[in-house]
Design a protein around this ligand. Sequence first.
Ligand SMILES: [Zn+2]
Length: 478
Amino acid sequence: MCEICRRSFIRGAAALGAAGATGISVSPLLAQARRDAAGGARLPARGEFTIANAYVMTMDASLGDIAGGAVHVRNGEIVAVGKDIAGGGQHMDANGMIVMPGLVETHWHMWNTLFRSFAGDKPEEGYFPTVARFGQQMTPDDIYQSTRLSAAEAINSGMTFVHSWCHNVRSTAHAEADVRALADVGIRARHSCGWPQGMPDTQSADQAPLESLAKDWKSWSNEGLIDLGMSWRGQFRAGPIKPEVYQPEFDNARKLGVPITVHVASTRRAVNQITPLYNAKLMGKDVQLIHTISANADELEMIRASGASVSVSPGTELRVGYGYPQISEMLAKGIPLGVSIDTSALTGSSNLFAVLKLARDSENARAGNEFKMTARKALELGTIGGARSMGVDRKVGSLVPGKRADLIAINTNALNMGVVTDPAHLVLEATGPENVDTVVVDGRILKRGGKLTAINPGTVVAEARAALAGVRERTKWR
Ligand SMILES: [Zn+2]
């Protein structure tokens, strides 16, 4: 940010008035959201509004930051961004707010958020045995409850895009339940359809659920907000997987024209996994690689040459001792890179701001250098960079006229954010879900004045709790 912008921001922050103290006030738009008994709601209409008087971080290289700026949204599209724009529609004063693009999450096993913080302290209670055991007892409704809980948490904490990495597709109905939950919450997303937990690595995944969704995807996509991909086991799980098992899965995704996503080289010890993937021509612009912790210099070059994107998840990679993600190395290569939650069973709270902070911190720790990675670069990874890695950057990821309106407003008038200093550092280092005042996805206001407009959180949590009780009962777990 330029020094003048910075100074005017600080002046603006100092002048915080009553409007800033109470957040963006609740409007008639909120009343439009008709709740139903299931805790979901008809999504709010896309209207016309102008969020004004904000510190706008566009995350666009040419527009930069705009102190005292405004964003005009009409029918889901950003019409104008700037200081002296005419605006239109409902006026929303955002004095004391930082307005920025919604965060873009790039790999999250939302189906197992029911097991939040369930991975214990002994090997037999670790993440993998826990989710495999309980995952095999999940019904489609359990998947729905878990994914809806995750998507609601995502909106509440400022994510406007999530990648639902669904590797517990036990039937077509399980996959459909995951997609339905995403649609009911109104978030922008990708559903990547995978295999069922507990399936032997000697067996190819049933392609029927993916094919069934692909055939009629338009009707599932929530007017194009959700796209379809395939979660793939790849060539390695506990041991190598045979080509006659993995190749038909890969080929089918290519035939259907859906992007592919795969965990590879997930730990420091999982070496020599990227080279065989590259040599077998199983990487490309349509392939997302998860973790790639052990990539050596040659393998980093293979990733770059193939055009594949990468998703890292320092919140889980550090938690389970996979190692440090190679963020700087990938950025130096120009590899499209996003940051992800991975699983709430390990991360607990799924606040992507906190994970982005860990991404920056792990780079600085590895380098022994306070200045290795800037706060703004970390925020870029969580917005336009993540959008690029998921192939949605022409639609979202920055606040630019013509893009779809996926944006958030952060209220800085809170004990954990006051007093305001450098906006990029503040947003990265201090933002909690309670500071996210407003969330807009595709022009729909899904959170306002700190409250979800289309979802009843109490119902979402109660129904998820009941679903977990059922899974525990069927698993004979006490
Ligand atoms: Zn994962």
